[in-house]
Design a protein around this ligand. Structure first.
Ligand code: MN
Length: 162
């Protein structure tokens, strides 16, 4: 599968204001949380990083967080992995018109940078330096559900050691 192919196939770029599926070669370790008021309100959490741990193509690895990001230490929320998004999506806010994938309103809820500590197929650990979200977080893949895309995002103690 080509990088960002899933993203591209779900969208018609003459009908949605979302950015086209361009892959970048450089990243700045940024993150975004977008409040997405679609058929169901959810929050999209995206980390700017290589599509695979050792690849050179930079994308936004993306998770839909139905109940919002954890803000208190020790809390965790379900995070459903979704298709990689292009880096330029990090600044996207606007209205996705009816009839398009993800139709509804997208607002930037938080933005910033992150420091990565660990990344493999089942664990991503990082510190977020955002306006609302700050501190140590982990994403851990779970066995919940049948689609293989369930993770838990946890706000960890600042002293947590990986
Ligand atoms: Mn979404």
């Amino acid at each position: 599968m080509m990088i960002l192919e899933k993203y591209e196939k779900k969208r018609n770029f003459s009908a949605t204001p979302e950015p086209e599926a361009n892959v970048e070669q450089k990243g700045e370790n940024r993150f975004v949380v977008q409040e997405h008021n679609a058929s169901r309100l959810h929050y999209d959490f995206r980390l700017e990083m290589p599509a695979e741990p050792n690849s050179k193509e930079i994308v936004l690895k993306s998770w839909a967080v139905p109940k919002g990001m954890p803000e208190k230490i020790g809390t965790k929320k379900l995070a459903l992995e979704v298709e990689d998004h292009p880096v330029s999506y990090i600044d996207f806010a606007g209205v996705i018109p009816e009839g398009n994938y993800g139709a509804g309103t997208v607002k930037i809820w938080d933005q910033g940078t992150f420091e990565l500590f660990k990344r493999d197929a089942k664990v991503v650990e990082f510190i977020l330096n955002g306006t609302k979200l700050q501190g140590r977080y982990s994403l851990v893949k779970t066995h919940y559900g049948s689609r293989g895309n369930s993770w838990l995002i946890t706000k960890n103690s600042p002293k947590a050691v990986s």
